[in-house]
Design a protein around this ligand. Structure first.
Ligand SMILES: [Cu+2]
Length: 459
C-alpha cells in the first residue's frame, strides 16, 4: 500500500523543507509518495492522462503522479532506506521514496514529464534517464550536463517522453558508491496507441548486486567484482515474489542490468523471444527463439512468451554462483575426499566448523549457525524439499483460469497424477504410468496457433 507522506506534514520533512525550500516553492512541489513494503504491489491503473496497460514491478511499485496544466509531475526523493532483501535480512541502502530500487515511472509516448528530485543523501547526486531522447541538459550527468544536486536541494528535470519502450534511471554522480548502495529505478514509456505491443502481463525489474558481509547491514561500496548478494530488484531468493500468469496469457518480462557483470537469464518450460531492448522494439523478422538470454552490464531486455504450460517454472540467472547467497568462495572442493572422523577432531578445536561435503556441496537441508541478518547460502523450501537456491532465482507460476488482474501467489503447483519424476524400484514399469501431459492446450486461438506452428517446424 502506498503510504502518503506529505512533504510538509512530517516533522523531519518540515525540518528539511524549512531549511531548503521556500514556502512558495514548497507549495508547488508534488507530494512524494513513499512505500514501506518490499512486496510486489498491484499495477497502478492510470487515474488520469492517456490510457495505457500498466506494468507490474516485481517486489516494487509505480510512483503516482499529479497532472498540472497537462504536465505529468513526479517527485523522487533520494534518501537512505532500509530494504528487506529477504525475510531474515535487511540492508541499509540508498534509494528513492522509501525503497531500493526506487519506484517505477510509467508515462505515455508524447507525455510532457516534469520530475522533481530532492536529495536527502549526505552527498550530491543527480539522475540520468537511461535510454531517453531528451535535451542534453536534462541527461543528468553531474559536471557534464548539470551541477550535482547538493544535499537538501531539489532539482527539476523536464522533457517529452518521445520513444515508447523500456528504460531505467540511476545517478550519474559518485556512481560507483551510489549504484553499489542501490540507487536505481525502472522507467516505462507506453505507446500512445495502447493496442500496440499489448500483452496480458508485463513484469519489470532490475538486476542488482551487493557486497554485504555476513552479519552486517551496509554494502561495501568499493567492490568491483566480488559481490556476494545477487538480487532482482534488491531481493534475493526466497524473498523474490513469483511471477503469476494465467495459462494462455501472452507474457512480457523486462529486466535491466545495473550490476558489474552479465547475467544469462533462463526460463524453464517455455521458449521466448527478445522483443525489445533499451534501444527500442526488435522488428519481428529479427527475433529468434531462446530459453536463455544474456543481459550485459547497462543493458535492458524485454522477453515475451505464451504461458502455455501449467506449473511452477524456475526463472533464474544461469550463473550458479548468482543463485546463491553470501558465501566463502575459497572453500576447497572435498568431493571424493574421505573426511571420516576429521570433523570431530576439528570440532574439538573449532566448535561449529563445517566441511563441504564429500558427496557434494549440498547444504540446503543443513542447519548452520549463521550470524544475525544473514541469509543461508542455499535455501528455500518447495513442495518436495529444499530448493537449494538463493540470489537471482524465482518462479513463473502458470495457472488455469486466473482472473486477469490476479497476481496473488497461488501456492505450489499441484501436479496431475503420474506427471512427476519418480523412483524406479525395479521390475517393469506399469504401462498405465505414462507421464501425463501436465499442459493442456488452452482454448485460446493465439496459443493454439503457436503450438501448431511449433509442431509444423518439427515435422
Ligand atoms: Cu547472474
Amino acid at each position: 500500500m502506498v503510504s502518503r507522506r506529505d512533504f510538509f506534514m512530517g516533522a523531519s520533512a518540515v525540518a528539511l523543507g524549512a531549511g531548503v525550500v521556500s514556502r512558495a516553492g514548497a507549495a508547488s512541489l508534488p507530494e512524494a509518495a513513499t512505500m514501506d513494503k518490499a512486496a510486489t504491489q498491484p499495477p497502478l491503473t492510470p487515474p488520469n492522462g492517456r490510457p495505457y496497460n500498466p506494468v507490474v514491478t516485481l517486489n516494487g511499485w509505480t510512483l503516482p503522479w499529479r497532472m498540472k496544466d497537462g504536465v505529468k509531475e513526479f517527485h523522487l526523493v533520494a534518501e537512505p532506506v532500509v530494504r528487506e532483501i529477504a525475510p531474515g535480512m535487511k540492508a541499509h541502502l540508498w534509494g528513492y521514496n522509501g525503497q531500493s530500487p526506487g519506484p517505477t515511472i510509467e508515462v505515455v509516448e508524447g507525455d510532457r514529464v516534469r520530475l522533481f528530485v530532492t536529495n536527502k543523501l549526505p552527498e550530491h547526486t543527480s539522475i540520468h534517464w537511461h535510454g531517453q531522447r531528451l535535451p542534453n541538459g536534462m541527461d543528468g550527468v553531474t559536471g557534464l550536463t548539470q551541477p550535482g544536486i547538493q544535499p537538501g536541494k531539489t532539482f527539476v528535470y523536464e522533457f517529452i517522453a518521445k520513444r515508447p519502450g523500456t528504460f531505467m534511471y540511476h545517478p550519474h554522480a559518485d556512481e560507483m558508491v551510489q549504484m553499489a548502495m542501490g540507487m536505481m529505478g525502472f522507467w516505462i514509456t507506453h505507446p500512445k496507441d495502447p493496442s500496440l505491443y499489448k500483452v496480458d502481463r508485463d513484469f519489470v525489474f532490475l538486476l542488482n548486486a551487493y557486497d554485504i558481509d555476513p552479519g552486517s547491514y551496509t554494502p561495501k561500496v568499493n567492490t568491483m567484482l566480488d559481490f556476494n548478494l545477487w538480487t532482482f530488484n534488491s531481493r534475493a531468493f526466497p524473498g523474490i515474489d513469483p511471477m503469476v500468469c494465467r495459462q494462455g496469457d501472452h507474457v512480457r518480462i523486462r529486466f535491466g542490468n545495473l550490476t558489474m557483470t552479465n547475467h544469462p537469464i533462463h526460463l524453464h518450460g517455455h521458449e521466448f523471444e527478445v522483443t525489445g531492448t533499451d534501444g527500442g522494439w526488435v522488428p519481428k523478422s529479427a527475433r529468434w527463439p531462446e530459453v536463455t538470454t544474456d543481459v550485459a552490464v547497462g543493458q535492458m531486455r524485454a522477453i515475451e512468451f505464451d504461458a502455455t504450460d501449467e506449473g511452477d517454472w524456475a526463472f533464474h540467472c544461469h550463473k550458479s554462483h548468482h543463485t546463491m547467497n553470501a558465501m566463502g568462495h575459497d572453500v576447497p572442493t572435498m568431493i571424493g575426499v574421505d573426511q571420516h572422523g576429521v570433523l570431530d577432531k576439528i570440532n574439538k578445536l573449532v566448535p561449529d566448523y563445517m566441511i563441504m561435503g564429500e558427496k557434494g556441496g549440498s547444504m540446503g537441508d543443513m542447519e548452520m549457525p549463521l550470524p544475525d541478518n544473514t541469509l543461508p547460502m542455499m535455501t528455500g523450501q518447495g513442495p518436495f524439499g529444499g530448493i537449494e537456491m538463493g540470489g537471482m532465482f524465482t518462479t513463473v507460476k502458470v495457472r488455469k483460469g486466473l482472473a486477469r488482474n490476479n497476481y496473488k501467489d497461488p501456492g505450489w503447483y499441484k501436479h496431475p497424477k503420474a506427471s512427476v519424476a519418480y523412483e524406479w524400484t525395479g521390475g517393469s514399469l506399469p504401462t498405465t504410468r505414462a507421464p501425463a501431459q501436465a499442459s493442456t492446450p488452452v482454448p485460446d486461438e493465439k496459443v493454439l496457433k503457436v503450438r501448431k506452428g511449433g509442431q509444423h517446424h518439427e515435422h
